[in-house]
Ligand binder design. Sequence first.
Ligand SMILES: Cc1cc2nc3c(=O)[nH]c(=O)nc-3n(C[C@H](O)[C@H](O)[C@H](O)COP(=O)(O)O)c2cc1C
Length: 211
Amino acid sequence: MEFPVTVLSASPHKNGATRTFANRLVESLEVHDVHVRLLDLTEVGRLRACVGCGYCNKSGKCIFEANERASEPVSGFSALYDALEQTQMLVIVAPVYFAGPPALYKAFLDRMQPFWVQRYMLQTRPPLLHSQRKPLILAVQGGGGDPFGYEPLVTCTKSAMRMLNFELQAVVDCIRQDHGDQENLPGLLQTQQAVLDILNSTLPAEEETYE
Ligand SMILES: Cc1cc2nc3c(=O)[nH]c(=O)nc-3n(C[C@H](O)[C@H](O)[C@H](O)COP(=O)(O)O)c2cc1C
């Protein structure tokens, strides 16, 4: 499998703490010989948000998809979708904005709607058994915390990503108490450990060979 693990940086900010965390996570996983690919919502081209037009209700496809696929390389949600279909495991590193997802990340999540249609209306993409779902980890980035927490971010992620057959298995609180300090990355080791634990428990052992 080319990329058993994908790390998705889900911040609208190209060079913020979220991306720094994602970079460091990738580096630390590579040290453990994990094949990992880094994706960034700011780097896939224009990610058009769902407008609830209803086009997918009949076709099972997003009205924006044809344009995204016509570009070279494939851009926007379609590019991310292709990568996520291939991966075995996903780590989403997402900042919390007022307890929920930032608009760019929510735009990405809402583009799962055609898969909801395929599953529940057209029944062309039936749900998978629990054991066949792919593991998902959410590393929540924040600065200073908020009295309302981040449960809406977790719920939106869990609900939308299920449409691509991901199962949220761990949420790591990476909220920094010091607003300005982007070098201190709480939750980095816990996220790395959560990935390694899931990999050890789910991926088949390499076939033994005789010298
Ligand atoms: C509009 C907005 C709302 C935010 N709301 C919260 C919040 O509810 N809880 C929190 O801990 N941090 C909150 N923050 C801080 C960010 O989550 C934090 O700075 C995070 O690192 C931003 O990601 P970035 O470094 O990729 O820009 C908020 C920031 C913005 C801009």
